[in-house]
Ligand binder design. Sequence first.
Ligand code: NAP
Ligand code: MG
Length: 499
Amino acid sequence: MSTATIPLLDAVTQFISRPKKMLIDGKWVEAQSGKTFPTYDPATGEVITQIAEGDKSDIDLAVAAARRAFESGPWPRLTPSERGKLVWKLADLIEQHLEEFAELESLDNGKPVAVARVADVPLAVDLFRYMAGWATKIEGNTIPISVPYTPGANYLAYTVREPIGVVGQIIPWNFPLLMAAWKLGPALATGCTVVLKPAEQTPLSALRLGELICEAGFPDGVVNIVPGYGETAGAALAAHPQVDKVAFTGSTEVGKLIVNAASGNLKKVSLELGGKSPSIVLPDADLETSIPGVANAIFFNHGQCCCAGSRLYVEKPLFDKVVSGVADYAKAIKVGPGLDLSTQMGPLVSEEQHQRVLGYIQEGFAEGAKAAVGGHRIGDKGYFVEPTVLVDTTSTMKVVQEEIFGPVVCAEPFTDLDEVVRKANDNIYGLAAAVWTKDLSKAHRIASALRAGTVWINCHNIFDAALPFGGYKQSGWGREMGHEALELYTEVKAVCANL
Ligand code: NAP
Ligand code: MG
């Protein structure tokens, strides 16, 4: 394993050495309690810096600021065009600091800096630009109405879409900046105000983003950023009676806690949760592209993707060939620190995830699975795990049913299409799926039979700000991105005038 890491930009070292406070009402402040928590470098397990630790009292202040900013002050008086311009300006600023964000993501999350440069940061920029364009296009309808009990009356009836209000946003650590963008983009385009809680493992890029939000000129209190733990800050935000909506991305387990917490004031809830997405390889698939395709589906971002292709179904005659191809691909992946430019796969995000993923692999072995490749920790420092392909798995095993969220794929053969569709759908999740074949008519028929929010054909992990993303079944409620996301941030008001 190589350890030749790039020197950090001066801007990054300077940012890290500044005190990490929270953004409330346009000001950077310490936690009310004065407490801080550490954020770690997953490549070494060492502390990068200390972060102000928000909890209920800080969330109360942030929500009060967001409520004031929503109800009075300059934000609600801005025209849609002015709002859109601010969001676009934020995109420009992120783009100007692309390298800085890529290094921060790599340092805090462990992902290869080369990947963050071409994926995480440009996708975040694009998302803000896409949503900036929507600010001026959030329209209602005029509606012809009949009203049987007022014969002869004439009405003008129309709908308007209004911002939902103060939004609490709780995000995970796998794509820290991008998840902040997915959440903030539609909220700002529609005129909501926000309290954002980044994940405890990866608060750095959200705090840098907060600085750029101030620089862009958003009015005070429109975006508040409160780092802290889920059980304290996150839970207080989800339960807060002055929050109109909570948007959450993370585990299905915590998603259910959010729903319970939200019930106090029946705030609106949107959830983007776990997945156990199938990759299906048909016998006529082009193996030159399918083998790297299904390998990348699981190994991209070290398997820490909610839509990772973590179940691989291959039609029987091709099974051995595809599995050995994916195993060869896995062996060739260069694992190392994210800040080494030659690294293709970095460490998992935390000690907890490291233990969790290694624990799943052991449980798989105990239930009879075998490793075609991988299955172990790499080194004795940092949270590295070998890219792993498990075979001899059966549909009832934990490794096949549960989300591992690491570089571990379970491969199983199938004999006919009905069987593979049944297996693919046999899961509590329904986030994504992929089909690899040259027979496009078959591909579309399978796409229609799969119970998943996204189906990729001859590709995987293709995201675009214009393409809605979200889950069926226990993978969530609602959609992120696309114009679908705007519906989750607006209320519809029907206005009816007797003329
Ligand atoms: P998690 O606990 O669901 O974390 C997601 C976010 O929710 C974090 O900001 C977390 O804060 C916060 N949170 C935790 N408990 C909360 C509570 N009671 N009330 C409000 N917010 C709360 O996920 P994790 O523990 O980091 O990872 C566990 C598993 O979740 C992974 O192995 C994976 O299966 C899944 N996961 C899914 C996604 C996804 O994209 N769908 C992303 C990450 C993880 P703290 O981080 O500060 O605790
Ligand atoms: Mg957690």
